[in-house]
Design a protein around this ligand. Sequence first.
Ligand code: UD1
Ligand code: CA
Length: 455
Amino acid sequence: MSSTERNPRTCLAIVLAAGEGTRMKSARPKVLHEVGGRSMLAHVLASLGAAGADAVAVVVGPGREDVAEAARAASPGAEIYVQTERLGTAHAVLAARSALARGYDDVLVLFADTPLVTPETLRRLRAALADGAALAALGFEPADPTGYGRLLIADGRLVAIREHKDASEAERRVGLCNAGLMALSGRDALSLLDAIGNANVQKEFYLTDAVEAARAASLAAVHVLAGKHEVMGVNDRVQLAAAEAIFQARMREAAMRDGATLIAPETVFFSHDTKLGRDVLVEPNVVFLPGCVVEDGAVIHAFTHLEGATVRAGATAGPYARLRPRADLGPKSKVGNFVEIKAAKIGAGAKISHLSYIGDASVGANANIGAGTITCNYDGFNKARTDIGEGAFVGSNSSLVAPVRIGAGAYVGSGSVITKDVAPDSLALERGTQAEKPGWATRFRAAQARRPKNR
Ligand code: UD1
Ligand code: CA
């Protein structure tokens, strides 16, 4: 059990995901853009789960069934609230008024466009409430504070948060910024939010004004500091790439700390769910899309691209291999250069060393698939399977036209187009008989030498 599950205080988390994100210039809502192969919204929901929220409310824009669906997929118990007009962050929180009215000890407000926040930071915000604060804002010091709200501190106390657009020149020189995330005591949350007006440049109801509301009500407001890499907000694609870079750095470090060797870590790209075992070696320029597991001692050679693939203990893939969804490389099997595997189970010790496509297939243990072998699994309408038995030997440049079975221990002669099942331990050959004309080349050259050249 994590430490937060022992937290006796109840917690409601409200995730704001109603922004249109116009600066993304995208048909897709901002919060569904991905970092490490997972939407920013799903990242936030995952860290909430780990921080021990008892209830999760996600606020979406009108008609945003795609965002609601993504929220339910990532967090099945999530309640969905619709903010009918985009009138600001405080207004968005109040879309979940009925959840707030149920009464919780802690209310956490998160932004779905701030995907890298850790459960530890959420726990620290809640700890500030347990210590008696009515409001805890999350502060950080970005390299460039432009655009962020500034935390205004007087006599060591948080007295206000000023949005960049509303800030004076002097206030804009403040480097301590608002990460956006906030914890509110459940007892005071509704009264603080209802006290917020929209007298500002953007005519919005700012969540940040809860600080001044708390001060007016003589309630304690504090701030908690977070690392600048953890709470950067994503408003455009440049920031999306910056978030991706931070996320990748975290994943690389975690993989190495868990016992994988990355020769050039900065060239290896992970998904949020990539799992590497111990003593896995990953060479430069490897891409892991979602759903990959690499077991102990396996080697992923350079320039290999994996998605939804399992590489079992001691197997090797690449260089330049492409493993597509449901590729399953058995223990100590070998998939070599320019080989594509899709929905295929490769048995222990089997070898597919060069230039092949193996799809919708099974390859038995210790089978050897020669260079250029293709499973012809698609006739333009349907997919069909190819099953290759244990210890079979498929000669180079063979086409296996599915559905077809190659029996255990059978041989297929090079260059064959196999359309019928091959019995175990037999040889199947499908090619024209080789003809030979002795001396033909000599006669040909002599005849050519007598003719005038017409080049
Ligand atoms: C907000 C903060 C700012 C902080 C910055 C950190 C406010 C008023 N400002 O500014 O102090 O430095 O985040 O990244 O809180 N949203 C809604 N409904 C709305 C408005 C926003 O759901 O009506 C959601 C957005 O989807 C987004 C989040 O709230 O997930 C923040 O909104 P955004 O417009 O990006 O705020 P910032 O200007 O970045
Ligand atoms: Ca933002």
